[in-house]
Structure formats: structure tokens, C-alpha cells
Design a protein around this ligand. Structure first.
Ligand code: ADP
Ligand code: MG
Length: 602
């Protein structure tokens, strides 16, 4: 058979298959159109799970009579003007496919009127072909009735699930849109009986009760991330919504719902972020319930991924993932009556540390041991004696015990990430037992080695700030900064004097790109201030350590599996993976033999 172009009708049917999979897809597309049309009320009527009738009536703007036929053509839309606009879509529709797709596989009747026209128009289409057109009396808005769904695509018809199954999916769509748009009055009826309605008064709490039932709704915890300052390069993300307390759980992930800029989307990564936030709080095999609304600049989301528009891509998925996870986790930890993980870990880890000797365990947010800063194990600087405190250091702060490893050398063995505890430690498995890694200390170590390598190669990357930051400093800080300005500029800062006690900051070392630039400088100055007047050779090392400390992830930050994996892989590559640049241990090793002893097996 030679190559031919498919007839228009057949091409439309094929394309329709992607948009209209089942009755619920019709409902979704019609509701989205009603929302885009500015409706205040949306009434959905279903007969026989959508096989007989799907009707959506709204009081939106309606379609002008001369455009109604056009609306049912493929790629006909009033919502997208140019390719440019595609990168910041603010309407739910934009592909101009839905009405055409629905019409091509069913019989559609539309009655619509705009505020400008005196009479309404009724149009009947079958398999995409106009069958009837007449003028009728009608209120402003649109009523679209879809009958005989899939009458001309028997294969689809055969695959339709039971009425009950279709109903469930359909209910879910309507109720979830009601949650996302509490200002719109929704009503859903099946076979003439109203099964769901929302008031449209804008009270999300009321809708929650309708959707989840009073019991669950009453217990749900409201979440909201702190408004992040619009730092350069970091887009402001708003995460709001409700999550169920750990006492309420379900057997699957279906009750985890996301709306991105008002659009219901499915995203396995975000779902996973929520599941992870409940990590250890739920019984194995149980899943949380969550309703999460995410607001972010439209250009941060690509909604044009799939014809159903229920999958999206994010420009900064990891950032969003962490933000969602942290927001949920924080609320859970604050609300959970059981002992929060933080405490559990602390005591468990402390007793392990006990078994390993006193110096083996420090929590990353504990103050470092008295003089650890001068006890650098690996910094190629003047030996400890030069600091003038060597003897004291040796007597009061024993050198942290190097955890024994299978390899015997300083490098780490290849490890398998198991998980995170207390949002502070990563657990891994190595060839001989397990490791507890202090995420902050480990990340400090990684950044430090990367920073030193770049420094040695004279290739310290710097991050320019779009608008310079003006720093107003105390006289002491100003003096310190003046003295060290050149050195700081060599490390990737770009500072210049800008008046009395005032400096202009135009760039920071690239590792600090995610941090508040002003705070980063202050931290570095604190370091100089606190340490008295260190010897010249020590200053740079100290500054670098301080920069890495500021840039490193903190304890309390929930990490995604990918983030943990990356951290561990990078730590394995370090030359001195066992300690942070300040000399505190990055990890604790529990060998198989130790475990066996602890459990009385030996
Ligand atoms: P899209 O929503 O992607 O633009 P559709 O095929 O769903 O494509 O709809 C085509 C056009 O018909 C829309 O752009 C809109 O102008 C108009 N339209 C559809 N439904 C309605 C409605 N309920 N009220 C007013 N206008 C509508
Ligand atoms: Mg649409």
C-alpha cells in the first residue's frame, strides 16, 4: 500500500482518541471551558455514567452566534494568539481541540448566547458534521449536551468501564474542580439525582466537607509555605492546601491531588514528594490524602505536554519537589502528637555514637567541639601549631575517630542509599554494614573540595546579581570588609566601597547562588570577627570553609531520593570524605560485626 494522507474525518477521530478517552474526559474538557468562560455556576448532568448523556451548563460569556461552528473546528481557539503566548498559558484550554474532538465521536447539541446577542443559537452536530442550526431563546452562557458517545468508534465503546467505574472517575473530576474553584457553584447529578453540590461562596472548608466527609475534613491540616523572597533566579512558588493527619490514610495514592495554577495535573514526582513527607509516619503500604494547590509563574510550567493537559513539565522540578515536601513535612511534624522523628533520631544516634566512642557523634547543629575549627585534618595550611593553640586542642578535642571502612583507605566504598532520618541524616548500606551520613557535614565537605579544586585551577565561578545589593555594615564589619575585600573578590565575590560603612555587592561565589547574598557576606564577616585576627595564611581557608558552610544544605531539610543519591555519590568522590572541613565527622559506620554484637548474635 502506498503512502496516503488520511481523510480529514479519520484524522479527527484518531486525534479525538487522545483527548476523549472516556466520559470523564468529556466532563473535564467541558468544565475547563466553562471555567475559562468565567462561569459562576456550572451544572453537570450525567445519565448512565455518561453513555447516554453528559451535559454541562454554565453562565459564562457564551459563544457569539457567528463563531459557534468555528468553535467545533480542529485547532479553533480564542485563547492562544501566538507561539510566544504558549510559554505563559493562563487559561485551562489553549489547544482548540476539545470541542472538535468531542463532536467527532458523538452527537453534540449546544445552546449558547452572549450578553451582546438578543437570541441564543442552537447547533446540533453528529460525528463532527452540522445537522441543525436554529435560533432559540436562551440565557447568557452555554449548555453543551453530548449524547451517543463513541457511536462511531466501536472499539472505544467496547472498552468503556462499568457505569459505576465511570461514575467514580467523573465524580472525582467534578468534586476536585469544585475544590480548586470554591467561588464557582458546582452541581452534579446522575440520572436526575443531585449527588454533589458546592455553594460557590468561596469557603474551601465547606467544599472539603462535601468532598471528604465531615470526619476527614475536620481533621485535615492546612498547609502553606512561607512566602519566599523573590530572590534572583528563584521563582516564587506558593504551596497551599490541605493534608490529612497521619492517622487518616488510604490504600492507594489516588487521594493525593495537585492543582498547578488552577489546573488539575497528575505528577508522579510531586505525589512521591508528599508520600515521602509522611515517611515513617504511616503504616507500610498506606498512603496519605492531600489536596495541594501550587501557584508559580506560568513560564515555569510547560502545560503543552499532552493533549489532555493533565501532565505538565516544570522548569525547576527539584526545587518544586523540595518545596512541596518541606511544606507538608513541617506541618506534619508540628501537628503530630507522637514524638517527632528529630528526637527519636537524636537519641538513637547518640547511643550508637556511645558505642563508637565519645567523639564520633555530633549533631550538625550542635556547636562544633571547642577548637575543631583549628584542628583541620586536611587543609594544607600551616600546621596546627601555628594557631598557637595546638596543645590545648590536642588535649580537649580528641581527633574525631575515623570510622573504619572495608577499603581501609580514606576513600569511601560504594554505598546504596536507604533513606533519610530526622531530615538530617542519610542512611546508606556499604559492603560492611551501614553508614549514617550527616547531610550538612557531608555537603560541606563536598562543596569544600569542589571549591578548592576550582580555586587551584583559578576557575572560581561567580554568580552576578542582577541588581547590586547595598550592604550597610557596622563600623567593625566595615573595617574587616575593607581589609579583606580583595581576598573576598578573589573568591568570587564582587564588592566595592559605596560610601561610609556601605558597600555594593554585585556578585557572589557561584556556590552561594541559592543563598541570600547579603546574609552570605555577613556570615563570612562573622567568621572573621569571631576568630580574632587569624594569621594571614589562615584567613583564606577560613573564608572558604565559611562559604561552604553557608552554602551547604542544612539539617532539617528533607531530601528527595535523587538528592540523597547525588550527595552520596559526590561524597564517595571526595579525597577526605570522613570529616567536614571543620573536622567534624561526616559519617558514622556500623559494621556488620558491630550490629551482630549489639544484637547479641556474637
Ligand atoms: P480551547 O478550550 O483549547 O480553546 P475548545 O475546543 O475546548 O478549545 O473550545 C474552543 C473555543 O470555544 C474556546 O476557545 C472558546 O472560545 C469557545 N468555548 C468553548 N466552550 C465554551 C463555553 N462553555 N463558553 C464560552 N465559550 C466556549
Ligand atoms: Mg477547552
Amino acid at each position: 500500500m502506498g503512502i496516503r494522507i488520511l481523510p480529514e474525518q479519520l484524522a479527527s477521530q484518531i486525534a479525538a482518541g487522545e483527548v476523549v478517552e472516556r466520559p470523564a474526559s468529556v466532563v473535564k474538557e467541558l468544565i475547563e471551558n466553562s471555567i475559562d468562560a468565567g462561569a459562576r455556576a456550572i451544572f453537570v448532568e450525567i445519565r448512565e455514567g455518561g453513555r447516554e448523556l453528559i451535559q454541562v451548563a454554565d453562565d459564562g460569556c457564551g459563544i457569539p452566534p457567528e463563531e459557534v461552528e468555528l468553535a467545533f473546528m480542529r485547532h479553533a481557539t480564542s485563547k492562544l494568539e501566538s507561539a510566544d503566548a504558549l510559554s505563559h498559558i493562563t487559561t485551562l484550554g489553549f489547544r482548540g481541540e476539545a470541542l472538535a474532538a468531542i463532536a467527532s465521536v458523538s452527537q453534540v447539541t449546544i445552546v449558547t448566547r452572549t450578553a451582546e446577542s438578543t437570541a441564543g443559537l442552537r447547533l446540533v452536530l453528529e460525528g463532527g458534521q452540522v445537522r441543525r442550526r436554529d435560533t432559540v431563546g436562551a440565557p447568557v452562557g452555554a449548555v453543551i449536551a453530548v449524547e451517543k458517545l463513541f457511536f462511531n468508534t466501536p472499539a472505544r465503546l467496547k472498552f468503556l468501564k462499568s457505569v459505576a467505574a465511570e461514575r467514580r472517575v467523573l465524580d472525582e473530576f467534578v468534586t476536585h474542580y469544585a475544590l480548586a474553584y470554591p467561588h464557582i457553584r458546582f452541581r452534579l447529578s446522575h440520572n436526575g439525582r443531585i449527588t454533589f453540590q458546592s455553594s460557590g461562596q468561596g469557603q474551601l472548608q465547606d467544599v472539603l466537607v462535601e468532598v471528604y466527609g465531615l470526619e476527614v475534613a475536620r481533621d485535615m491540616l492546612s498547609i502553606s509555605n512561607p512566602e519566599s523572597p523573590n530572590e534572583e533566579g528563584v521563582s516564587p512558588i506558593r504551596v497551599r492546601g490541605y493534608v490529612a493527619p497521619p492517622s487518616q490514610h488510604r490504600g492507594n495514592r489516588n487521594q493525593i491531588t495537585f492543582f498547578i495554577n488552577g489546573r488539575w495535573v497528575r505528577d508522579t514526582h510531586l505525589t512521591y514528594a508528599v508520600v515521602q513527607a509522611y515517611h515513617t509516619l504511616l503504616p507500610v503500604g498506606r498512603y496519605p490524602m492531600a489536596l495541594i494547590f501550587i501557584e508559580l509563574p506560568p513560564e515555569e510550567v510547560d502545560v503543552n505536554v499532552h493533549p489532555t493537559k493533565s501532565e505538565v513539565r516544570f522548569r525547576h522540578p527539584n526545587h518544586l519537589f523540595s518545596e512541596v515536601q518541606r511544606t507538608v513535612r513541617n506541618v506534619l511534624l508540628a501537628a503530630t502528637p507522637i514524638r517527632p522523628l528529630g528526637q527519636l533520631t537524636q537519641s538513637a544516634a547518640a547511643s550508637w555514637a556511645g558505642a563508637l566512642g565519645p567523639a564520633a557523634f555530633h549533631r550538625s547543629d550542635d556547636p562544633p567541639p571547642a577548637v575543631a575549627g583549628t584542628l583541620d585534618l586536611d587543609w594544607p595550611t600551616p600546621p596546627v601549631a601555628l594557631t598557637g593553640r595546638a596543645t590545648e586542642a590536642e588535649t580537649t578535642a580528641p581527633r574525631p575517630t575515623e570510622p573504619p571502612t572495608m577499603m581501609g583507605g580514606t576513600r569511601l566504598p560504594i554505598m546504596r542509599v536507604i533513606g533519610q532520618v530526622g531530615a538530617a541524616y542519610i542512611i546508606t548500606e556499604g559492603p560492611d554494614g551501614l553508614f549514617l551520613i550527616d547531610q550538612h557535614a557531608a555537603h560541606e565537605r563536598i562543596l569544600y573540595e569542589q571549591f578548592m579544586a576550582a580555586h587551584a585551577a583559578r576557575a572560581l565561578p561567580s554568580q552576578g546579581l542582577v541588581a547590586g545589593h547595598v550592604l550597610h555594615l557596622t563600623p567593625t564589619q566595615a573595617t574587616l570588609l575593607e581589609e579583606q575585600m580583595e581576598r573576598l573578590n578573589q573568591l568570587g565575590f564582587n564588592l566595592e566601597a559605596f560610601g561610609p560603612h556601605t558597600f555594593m555587592l554585585r556578585a557572589v561565589p557561584a556556590v552561594l547562588a541559592q543563598q541570600d547574598p547579603t546574609q552570605a557576606v555577613i556570615h563570612v564577616l562573622d567568621e572573621l570577627e569571631a576568630g580574632g585576627r587569624p594569621l594571614a595564611g589562615e584567613i583564606e581557608a577560613r573564608l572558604i570553609r565559611r562559604v561552604c558552610k553557608t552554602a551547604a544544605i542544612k539539617a532539617g531539610q528533607t531530601l528527595s531520593p535523587t538528592e540523597m543519591e547525588a550527595l552520596v555519590r559526590q561524597l564517595e568522590k571526595c579525597h577526605n570524605p570522613h570529616t567536614c572541613p571543620h573536622g567534624r565527622p561526616t559519617l558514622i559506620h556500623l559494621s556488620v560485626a558491630q550490629l551482630a554484637r549489639e544484637f547479641g548474635r556474637l
